[in-house]
Design a protein around this ligand. Structure first.
Ligand code: CP
Length: 288
């Protein structure tokens, strides 16, 4: 039985196969072997893109999806995550998609005998986001080797950054981080933002994750845009074929200025669209 907990568990061959599969789904490939299989989307943390693109992917594959609501569940009576998931296993469900605020929550679920897809754990892993990011990069550049990316912003609290830094290095990309020092957790080489803007193939912006901080940022919101935010003036300094990415949701006028969101270099909405095809590919990968 397969799970998708973290991309580090997948070989480069696995990753490339999933991306190729996602491209085939994007090009209209029909696949009916998951038709009628039941899946529970268990989101213990808020989500728009991940939850609803999984629902769209499941619906495209004619699966039967159930959306678990933690607020009306027996979690409120003190039931544990393990006992909740074990309950759904005993009810006969075929697959789980889980997002949880606890890093590595899935380590307590290794006795579950139903495939689990991780929709994000705390500040740890967001495997399907990284796969959709990689698909978007592959569509723009054809391959990964030698591409230069800077991930800018709240690296410390970002599961997207942590997952992408590790997998992109494995794929031969040059990965840098930039932004306020308080967000630099040493997970990649630091580069000054103004230099990164001029030299990178990809600038990936991150949302400042105020809800995860537990402290007050030293930088005011207004100062963030002028020092580390992507403005059209900075976009004009980027290389001709370079692109802008953001996992979203974004904070307009903090890490990204309004006109940048939908400017010609922005791939933000292509990333979201690719999320559906990547999630179809990973559902097939864990369940076949
Ligand atoms: N990028 C991402 O994970 O977005 P959601 O939190 O809306 O799922």
């Amino acid at each position: 039985m397969k799970n998708l907990f973290a991309l580090k568990d997948l070989s480069v061959v696995d990753i490339n196969e999933i991306l190729e599969e996602a491209i085939e789904f994007k090009n209209g490939k029909e696949y009916d072997k998951l038709q009628g299989k039941s899946v529970v989307n268990m989101f213990f943390e808020n989500s728009t893109r991940t939850l609803y693109s999984f629902i769209k992917a499941e619906s495209n594959m004619k699966m039967k999806e159930t959306n678990f609501n933690p607020e009306t569940s027996s979690l409120k009576k003190g039931e544990s995550l393990y006992d909740t998931v074990k309950t759904f296993e005993s009810l006969g469900y075929d697959c789980f998609v889980i997002r949880h605020s606890q890093n590595n929550y899935y380590n307590q679920l290794t006795n579950i005998n139903v495939p689990i897809l991780n929709g994000g754990d705390g500040t740890g892993n967001h495997p399907t986001q990284s796969l959709l990011d990689l698909l978007t990069i592959k569509e723009c550049f054809g391959s990964f080797e030698g591409l230069k990316i800077t991930i800018v912003g709240d690296i410390r609290h970002s599961r997207v950054a942590h997952t992408n830094i590790a997998v992109m290095k494995r794929l031969g990309m040059e990965v840098f981080i930039s932004g306020p020092n308080e967000f630099d957790d040493g997970s990649a080489e630091h580069i000054e933002f103004e230099k990164a803007v001029k030299e990178m193939d990809i600038i990936m912006l991150l949302r400042v994750q105020y809800e995860r901080h537990g402290y007050s940022m030293t930088l005011e919101k207004d100062d963030y845009l002028s020092k580390y935010g992507l403005t059209m003036e900075r976009v004009s300094q980027m290389k001709p074929d370079s692109i802008i990415m953001h996992p979203a949701p974004f904070n307009r006028r903090i890490e990204i200025d309004d006109p940048v969101v939908e400017c010609a270099k922005s791939k933000i909405f292509d990333q979201m669209a690719n999320g559906v095809h990547v999630r179809m590919a990973v559902l097939k990968w864990v369940m076949e």
